[in-house]
Design a protein around this ligand. Structure first.
Ligand code: C2E
Ligand code: MG
Ligand code: MG
Ligand code: MG
Length: 291
């Protein structure tokens, strides 16, 4: 029944259509004060380099601790912020927090890159370029350390504005990545047109990669596509040693997922980065399940 009534919307367990609407209305009502009340926070997830055998960077992921409803996912509240015109202040806050955090880590001697997810609405507002420049300047962070993660949905609607501002950010030295690659619409034409440095392969691609030759062939072609275009490919959502071994053996050089590191509170981040064990990359394909 949930499926029939859902029309593509994710229904939480035990939720009726009415309770979903009530929840959404409540979240939309409370969101404007979430920032000023300090209810938003960032967590950071490691990205690992296979050849470098270390954590190369972290992705900032926003969380909302709602006083009554508990932790709310960005999948749920970012779209509300986009609808209510709150997304630009929210993204400014994310950029300021995350660049300041990363600048501190870099000053402490860590060689890391920061990934920040960008909203289509921020790009369309025209203020993304000055907002990124201001955050980098305030933090004292070189633009080469900042990767802006954009999704393909970004380019549906206002391609010219998006193209021009992304090119400007790229020219400033920021790294541009195409997030959730392979989910939804085809992105191949954009890859030729836009200044994309990094492609983040959607975790859907990893389902079955260790068992099924067709899934593995598909992942292999995405990795080869990246090589031909000189675009680095990051595999998202790596959860099992079997997936890690398959990706590594197919030539995937960058890995992100719960297996390599969970989204982590800033205070614990240095310890989590230090705890990464490069030997976890040496898992043998086919024997990964044997412990
Ligand atoms: P994303 O940018 O593709 O981020 C990766 C998401 O996958 C994160 O979910 C992360 O927690 C999750 N993930 C990482 N490794 C694994 C894994 O091994 N298995 C599984 N099942 N999931 C994994 P999260 O934090 O809930 O964020 C969801 C999405 O919300 C993000 O997808 C991004 O599109 C958006 N988002 C997060 N933070 C921001 C933000 O500051 N601004 C904007 N505009 N969007 C954000
Ligand atoms: Mg992302
Ligand atoms: Mg993604
Ligand atoms: Mg995403």
């Amino acid at each position: 029944a949930a499926k029939a009534a859902g029309k593509g919307r994710v229904r939480r367990h035990g939720e009726t259509a009415d309770s979903a609407t009530v929840r959404r209305t409540r979240l939309a009502r409370d969101l404007p004060d979430a920032l000023s009340r300090g209810q938003l926070r960032l967590v950071y997830q490691p990205v690992v380099g296979v050849a470098e055998r270390r954590v190369l960077g972290v992705e900032a992921l926003v969380r909302w601790d709602h006083p009554a409803l508990g932790e709310v996912s960005p999948e749920e509240f970012v779209p509300l912020a986009e609808d209510d015109g709150l997304i630009v202040p929210l993204q400014r806050w994310v950029l300021d927090q995350a660049t300041a955090k990363l600048a501190g880590l870099v000053r402490a001697g860590r060689d890391l890159r920061l990934g920040v997810n960008i909203s289509v609405r921020h790009l369309q507002s025209g203020s993304l370029v000055p907002d990124v420049a201001a955050a980098l300047a305030r933090a004292g962070l070189p633009p080469q350390r900042l990767m802006l993660e954009v999704t393909e949905s970004l380019f549906i609607g206002q391609p010219d504005r998006a193209d021009g501002d992304l090119q400007t950010l790229h020219d400033m030295g920021c790294v541009i990545s195409l997030d959730d690659f392979g989910r939804g619409y085809s992105t191949f034409a954009y890859l030729a047109r836009l200044p994309v440095d990094v492609l983040k392969m959607d975790r859907e691609f990893l389902a079955g990669i260790a068992e099924d030759a067709r899934s593995a062939a598909l992942v292999h072609s995405v990795i080869e596509l990246g090589q031909r275009l000189s675009i680095d490919v990051v595999a998202e959502g790596v959860e099992t040693p079997e997936q890690l071994a398959a990706l590594r053996d197919l030539g995937c050089r960058y890995l992100q997922g719960f297996l390599l590191g969970r989204p982590t509170a800033p205070a614990e981040l240095p310890a989590v980065i230090d705890a990464f064990d490069p030997r976890s990359l040496d898992v043998v394909a086919g024997q990964a399940a044997v412990t």
